[in-house]
Design a protein around this ligand. Structure first.
Ligand code: 5RP
Length: 255
């Protein structure tokens, strides 16, 4: 085997090991959240993404083993499928506008427990559901743990916009706050990603750190913006699955 193909093979092996470790970390975080926060007779918000899959699997296991009475409100089409596929009771905010706990993933968590969400494009429903919960719990692997936004997550802040407004909103973002906002394009479809709400997504690559609470409010005031992937002061606790097989929990700091 030549030196080049040997290097390629080592790289592939390393990346397979890293992704196996990250999957195990997601599983640990999901299990910890369900084991520590789910009790009988609760209404739960179910987040979206790949980490939540482990939490829902664990939830289904506990519901069966402990005969728990739990209803689940989804944050996306994916979450709805997950609830149904796991044989859990599907509900909605009409029937359960007050949730005991919402559990969801995140793309990045900063030192104040603020979140960037929306990597999977479900931020608007995720924020609505989290906002209806008494306790919002986040689950993530070690790669999401940051001091400042942008330390790990390089794809920017997702922003859901009404389709006709994507150009003016992108321009307004760049002129008011700097950086650049790109229309998120689909991978196995021509054209843009269309959200579960029939809207487009802008990924705003900021070029400096901001007061995220102020910026979040200001972005929401731009006509055409539906919501942002900035979840400020919403998370009570984050469980990080770690590389060494442990779980590290961080709680919202008291200022
Ligand atoms: C989807 C989200 C997800 O929660 C976030 O992207 C994390 O996903 P994953 O668990 O796959 O890393 O906000 O809109």
């Amino acid at each position: 085997m030549g030196a080049k193909s040997h290097m390629l093979q080592s790289r592939r092996l390393l990346s397979a090991m890293c992704s196996k470790m990250a999957e195990e970390a997601k599983r640990l975080a999901g299990f910890a959240a369900v084991d520590n926060h789910v009790k009988n007779n609760q209404a739960l918000g179910i987040g979206s993404g790949s980490t939540i899959v482990y939490a829902v699997n664990r939830l289904a296991e506990r519901v069966k083993q402990e005969d728990l009475h739990i209803v689940c409100v989804p944050t996306s089409f994916q979450a709805r499928q997950l609830i149904l596929q796991n044989g859990l009771v599907l509900s909605d905010l009409d029937r359960n506008p007050e949730l005991d706990v919402a559990i969801d993933g995140a793309d990045e968590v900063d030192s104040d427990l603020n979140l960037i969400k929306g990597g999977g494009g479900c931020l608007t429903q995720e924020k609505i559901v989290a906002g209806c919960a008494k306790t919002f719990i986040v689950i993530a692997d070690y790669r999401k743990d940051s001091k400042n936004f942008g330390d790990q997550w390089k794809k920017g802040v997702p922003i859901e916009v009404i389709p006709m407004a994507y150009v003016p909103v992108a321009k307004a973002l760049a002129s008011k706050f700097g950086g650049v906002a790109d229309l998120r394009m689909a991978v196995s479809k021509a054209g843009p990603v269309v959200t579960d709400n029939g809207n487009f997504l802008l990924d705003w690559k900021f070029d400096k750190l901001h007061n995220w609470s102020t910026v979040n409010t200001a972005i929401k005031m731009i006509p055409g913006v539906v919501d942002t992937g900035l979840f400020i002061g919403m998370a009570e606790k984050v469980y990080f699955g770690m590389e060494d097989g442990s779980v590290s929990a961080r709680e919202k700091p008291v200022h």
